[in-house]
Design a binder for this molecule. Structure first.
Ligand code: NZQ
Ligand code: ZN
Length: 392
């Protein structure tokens, strides 16, 4: 096992009965000037917008709506302007991962004089980890990213076709996780979120440290939970146990716990972020297309068979003595599960009809994701292009 530090102070309020009783004080403990950040129409349709405004009626609320999926730099720039102009004390993010991610970077940008894109790509000496950050309180409405209990954000600059992750100094101060708020998430978005959860788990399961049984065991349990409950949530959107299991699995999958002591890993996310950067597709859908193709490619390296056979036995409940066959069957099971959620399974189905940008995307993914140095199996630009082509 590798050395690690693990520190995660996010205050989690999980379940149905926290928001009305606790939201006001959770926000007001940081001050009166609140930047209320949200996405499109979903929180207005569900009534959550009015509920929040009612609960915080005595505070100074400044609003930043319209944060889009794959949150764009323009929203962060506008948030920076508002945070400075109104001397914001606390950001209340209400929505999915895109809203929370944008809010975290706005929280840093209040204390930065230049363009917030510098903070994302660490240009012009900008470093979020030496800046203060406005505290974030969030009400999560979609189970997927784990942003509600981690230090990461992913921001897109559509002008340059760049989508990059950035780590801040703090995870959210308080996260309200009420599974009932996810009951209005449409089926395709529920599928995408569940695939994202599953991908966070595979990215950390398939790492180079083969002695880390503590993490692998936790991941196997979380994988079985998302495999079991995603189809239930899609068939029966108001099933509380399904929504609750997906929500807590999402949080636990990417709060730093199950990746502690790992060595390397994380390939498919770097490949997917290029798809979203060039084509603005839904993150989880892109992961669902790429993951089985990446697995097929990885399995050509025979040193991976033993771990895939363990994945087959402990996650997919397959049995047998032939590890190579079990490994292949596990990849097929993965493909079939993703397809069963109704997700698109090829790039043309999401509008990526040819290989026009594959060379540039592959080069960037390998470079930015450090896939030669850090990948579970090292990925060269030629390998990355092959995985994209196999997904056509
Ligand atoms: O904008 P609104 O109207 O709110 O609609 C959203 C949006 O259209 C809708 N939605 C959210 N909650 C809903 C709902 N619709 C009905 N009922 C509800 N309760 O869902 C759509 C997608 O929302 P979004 O926030 O984009 O989804 P998600 O939570 O999957 O976030 C995706 C973003 O997070 C990044 C992704 O790359 C992507 O940009 N990631 C962030 C990570 C992190 N911070 O750690 C890690 C992940 O790997 C990921 O990269
Ligand atoms: Zn993800």
């Amino acid at each position: 096992m590798q050395d690690f530090k693990f520190h995660n102070p996010t205050d989690i309020r999980f379940g149905r009965n926290h928001i009305d009783a606790e939201l006001h004080d959770a926000v007001a403990q940081f001050g009166n000037n609140v930047l209320f950040v949200y996405g499109g129409q979903s929180i207005k349709k569900s009534g959550l917008y009015d509920r929040v405004k009612g609960l915080l009626a005595d505070l100074n609320i400044v609003e930043l709506g319209g944060v889009e999926p794959n949150p764009k730099l323009a929203s962060v720039q506008e948030g920076q302007r508002l945070a400075k102009e109104h001397d914001i004390d606390v950001i209340l993010a209400v929505g999915g991962g895109s809203v929370v991610d944008a809010s975290k970077v706005i929280g840093s940008a209040k204390f930065y004089e230049g363009d917030p894109w510098d903070l994302v790509i660490k240009a012009n000496g900008a470093d979020r980890n030496v800046l203060p950050q406005v505290p974030i309180v969030d009400i999560l409405t979609l189970s997927a990213t784990g942003t509600e209990m981690n230090f990461g954000s992913v921001i897109t600059n559509p002008e340059t076709h760049e989508k990059y992750g950035t780590q801040g100094p703090n995870s959210p101060a308080v996260s309200f996780l009420d599974p009932e708020l996810t009951e209005t998430v449409p089926a395709r978005q529920t599928a995408a979120g569940s695939i994202d959860i599953f991908s966070h788990l595979t990215e950390q399961y398939f790492d180079r440290d083969d002695a880390n049984d503590a993490s692998k065991g936790m991941i196997e349990g979380l994988m079985r939970a998302v495999i079991k409950w995603a189809p239930v949530a899609i068939a029966d959107p108001t099933n509380y146990d399904a929504r609750a299991n997906l929500m807590w699995t999402a949080t636990m999958a990417l709060n730093g716990l199950v990746g502690a002591a790992n060595e390397g890993g994380w390939t498919v996310h770097a490949l997917e972020h290029e798809l979203s950067a060039y084509y603005d597709i839904t993150h989880g859908i892109g992961l669902g297309i790429l993951t089985p193709r990446w697995m097929d490619w990885v399995l050509e390296d025979k040193s991976t068979v033993a771990l895939f056979a363990r994945f087959a036995r402990n996650v997919w409940a397959l049995s047998g003595d032939d590890d190579a066959q079990l490994a292949r069957d596990a990849v097929q099971k993965t493909y079939d599960w993703i397809a069963s959620l109704g997700a698109e399974m090829t790039l043309p189905e999401v509008g990526i009809k040819d290989d026009t940008y594959f060379e540039a995307m592959a080069a960037n993914a390998v470079d930015h994701g450090k896939l030669i140095k850090r990948g579970y199996v090292p990925v060269t630009p030629a390998d990355a292009q092959r995985i994209y082509r196999d997904s056509l």
